[in-house]
Each structure stands twice: as C-alpha cells, then as structure tokens.
Design a binder for this molecule. Structure first.
Ligand code: PAF
Length: 283
C-alpha cells in the first residue's frame, strides 16, 4: 500500500491510474477503523480498479474541542488493517497540509433544507466542516465512486446533495450500518464507552426496532411511536436523549402519519459520549 501525507504526492500517484483509465473508489474516514469502515472498503474494492482511503480527523467538524481531542486514534493498527485488506493508497495528511493555506477566508457551505434538524442544531458548524473537508478530499482524489456509511444518515444525504448541487462527477454509494451481535451500531466512539454504558447503548437499536414492530398497528401515531422509543431508552438511568425523530428519509421533513417511507433517527449521550443511529423502513 502506498501512503501519502501530501496532496502533491497523492495527486502524482493517482495520475498513473487515471492515465490507464482505471476506476477509483474512495472511502474517507477519521481513522480508528472498525468493521463498518472495512465494509465500505470491501464494497469499493468489488466495484473499482483501485481503492483510496483517507484518514484525517477533521478539526473543522468538531463543535466541541474536547470531543476532538478525545477522538480515538490507532494509526499503526489502521495501517496494518488497510494493508491486510489490500487497499491501494492511504492518504494520511497533517492538519497543516489540509488547512495550512486556508486561514480566515475559509469557505462555508450549507444545505439549509437538510441542516435544520437531527444533528445540525446540536452540533453547530459540524456539517459545514464535513462539507468543507469532503469537497477538498473529492478535489484531491477525483474518485469515480465514494462510499459512506448509512449510520451517519444525515451526513450521507448532505454529501449526496453536495455532489448533485456542485456537479461533482462522482457516484455516491450508501452502505448499510454494521452492528455488533447486540445490535449496537459500530462506531469509533464505542471505544470510549464503559462496559455498563455499552450494554445500555444496545437500547438504542432495540427501541427503534420496537417502534418499527408497532408501526404496522392500526391507528398508531408518530407521537405514540416516539413514546415507545423514549420509554425504552429511559429504562436506563445512564442514557440522556438528544433527539428522537421520525422523518421522511428522502427530505428529512417530519412525518405526519405512520405510512410510506419512514426514517427513525436517534441521538443519545452515555456519559460524555454521543451516539447516533437510525433505521429506515416502509409501512
Ligand atoms: O464520517 C466521517 O468519518 C467523517 O465525517 C468524514 C466523512 C470522513 C469527513 O471528515
């Protein structure tokens, strides 16, 4: 596996593949890789000639500096896993390399229709930071296809719209969430949970599945489904709810009735770790 820490080195290396018209799949990450990431990479490997992975903990997308500082890192382990997986190129830049030249005149992009609920109000500036780094990475790698996990469903929709709005010649592929046997969605943040917190974190998925199970009942309402979820989550005295939303998965608008396509999305705090998860289904 080639490892590049500079944009120049990365671009030079990619030239040889582009000249041969080879297709490039790209998986951007913030490292501390787990099965969820590997699943994205396997998808990319199946459908492209070469796969590029980036590891960069993007300071711009953290609204809380403590969260940024505590973000888990495992550079050596990640490199070993990526090598074993047969990834072709790893882009591993420093903050200086990415933001050294930007300074105060940084561009800030918003997609207001997709940034008014879910994680946007509780993480001010987060999606602007994601849009900024993802645009830069797309520009550096110029991939044919990009792979994003559906656990971060709002992020997936925002990037999809970014690609569409700004006409990036890129296809985005959303890959389903990988879960522990317990149902807990895989996330780098899980490593910061205590054993007891990890056990209670499984209530997140269980509560959404219970709501899904009840969604077929006659005359069931959105507030009742939210109540079912809330009751299950609050059976743990360690869980603090950030939001429970039931929305249209295409537009992120509130659902009035329990019918058609449904997105249930949840964010909770366990101690100071914030976890998100979602399911999508049709009634
Ligand atoms: O989902 C992530 O890990 C990050 O938001 C991303 C897409 C790598 C941008 O920093």
């Amino acid at each position: 596996m080639e490892i590049h820490s500079t944009v120049k080195g990365l671009r030079e290396s990619l030239k040889k593949y582009k000249l041969k018209n080879q297709t490039i799949g790209f998986v951007p990450t913030m490292g501390y890789l787990h099965e969820g990431h590997f699943n994205l990479m396997e998808e990319s490997k199946k459908r492209n000639d070469i796969t590029v992975v980036s590891i960069f903990v993007n300071p711009l997308q953290f609204n809380d500096i403590k969260d940024f500082e505590k973000y888990p890192k495992n550079e050596e382990g990640d490199i070993e896993s990526l090598t074993k997986l047969g990834i072709d190129i790893l882009f591993l830049p420093s903050s200086e390399e990415i933001y050294g030249q930007v300074g105060e005149a940084k561009i800030e992009m918003k997609i207001p229709a997709l940034m008014k609920n879910l994680c946007a109000p509780s993480r001010i500036g987060h999606f602007e930071g994601v849009i900024h780094i993802v645009s830069k990475l797309f520009n550096y790698v110029q991939p044919d296809k990009v792979y994003f996990g559906l656990k971060d469903y709002q992020q997936f929709l925002i990037i999809k719209e970014l690609i569409h709005n700004l006409s990036f010649p890129i296809e985005i592929i959303g890959v389903e969430t990988v879960r522990e046997k317990s149902g807990l969605a895989m996330s780098s943040r899980n490593s910061r949970l205590t054993k007891e917190e990890s056990e209670d974190a499984t209530l997140v998925y269980r509560s959404m599945k219970m709501a899904e199970k009840n969604s077929g009942k006659k005359n069931i309402t959105i507030p009742t489904l939210k109540e079912i979820i809330k009751e299950i989550l609050l059976s743990s005295n360690m869980i603090k709810i950030d939001y429970i939303e039931i929305l249209d998965p295409d537009t992120l608008e509130n659902k009035e009735f329990v019918s058609g396509k449904i997105l249930i999305a949840i964010a909770v705090f366990l101690g100071n770790v914030r976890l998100i998860d979602n399911i999508r289904f049709e009634v």
